[in-house]
Write a protein that binds this ligand. Structure first.
Ligand code: ZN
Length: 299
């Protein structure tokens, strides 16, 4: 199941990507207690099962799906949901560690990114005034669907609600100078996510996905999640040893080689750029880049 947020005159609605376009599950198509947004589907017990049930009962045949779907180009897609917690992993690809010339970490490097940074597909990444080194990072983001604490790697994927694309936008000068990474990673708009939440039945193995990033059409990152140092299973098991993960928590699983600061010469984002993150079986997340609006001078 491929879920999205469709922006309608009725506000953000849960949508499903179908072979014929997008099926918007608006008020008329849902029972009063069915989830109306991805956030509600994640936070309601069995919320995702309820969405599956609506599809099974009301849209069983391909003809019905086609009749009620609209072309995706006619749909304005919005942010999937606001993560409850947004955790991210530093240095989690063998090829990225190699380009930085650093040894492989012995355990995952977990950091937090403020959730206020999250934006949806098509929304601009706004360059803050105090940095000249804003960089892209293509990442597979894992969305937690059930509370979990102390789970083993073997059972960890049972707690996943789905997967999406993330861009862990980073101000490298802040990252180098601050001593820790929160400010560098959490500037407003530095958390593009989306455009789809793909549930695990469509991604049985999250460690075999091609992951890419383009800036203005130039392919700058091209790797595979098989090169992760710590797999999605390992990360959930490691974090949940002492942190209870809850529905709506997101783990951004690190970026492969090809980031801007490690290139010669370095590539940083500028006003007018277009950044695309593409992950096999999920889709493509595109965000334009804008300079911060010029502030009016104080009186
Ligand atoms: Zn990252």
């Amino acid at each position: 199941m491929i879920l999205l947020t469709a922006m309608t005159s009725d506000g953000p609605c849960l949508g499903v990507k179908t072979s014929a376009g997008v099926l918007v599950l608006d008020r008329a198509r849902l029972q009063a207690d069915d989830p109306r947004t991805i956030e509600e589907a994640l936070l309601t017990p069995d919320g995702l099962s309820r969405v599956r049930k609506v599809l099974r009962t009301k849209f069983r045949s391909a003809q019905t799906v086609a009749k009620h779907s609209v072309p995706e180009a006619q749909c304005r897609l919005g942010p999937l949901f606001r993560p409850r917690n947004l955790l991210a992993i530093g240095l989690n690809y063998k090829d990225h560690a190699a380009e930085g010339g650093v040894p492989l970490p012995e355990k995952p490097v977990v950091f937090a990114k403020l959730t206020g940074s999250v934006i949806g597909p098509g929304e601009p990444i706004v360059l803050p005034p105090d940095t000249a080194e804003v960089d892209y990072e293509a990442e597979l983001a894992v969305v937690i669907g059930r509370p979990c604490r102390g789970v083993s790697a073997a059972e960890a994927l049972d707690y996943v609600a789905g997967y999406t694309c993330a861009n862990d936008v980073s101000a490298r000068d802040f990252q180098r100078g601050d001593g820790q990474w929160v400010r560098a990673k959490s500037q407003d708009t530095f958390g593009p996510m989306g455009p789809y939440l793909v549930t695990p039945e469509d991604i049985p193995d999250p460690q075999s996905l091609q992951i890419r990033c383009w800036v203005n059409g130039n392919l700058l990152q091209d790797s595979n999640t098989s090169l992760m140092i710590f797999s999605v299973r390992d990360l959930i098991a490691f974090i949940s040893r002492g942190v209870t993960l809850q529905p709506g928590d997101v783990i951004s699983t690190g970026t492969p080689h090809g980031v801007g600061f490690a290139r010669k010469p370095p590539v940083f984002l500028h006003d007018g750029d277009l950044v695309k993150i593409g992950i096999e079986r999920i889709g493509t997340l595109a965000n334009p880049v804008q300079a911060a609006p010029v502030r009016e001078s104080a009186p």
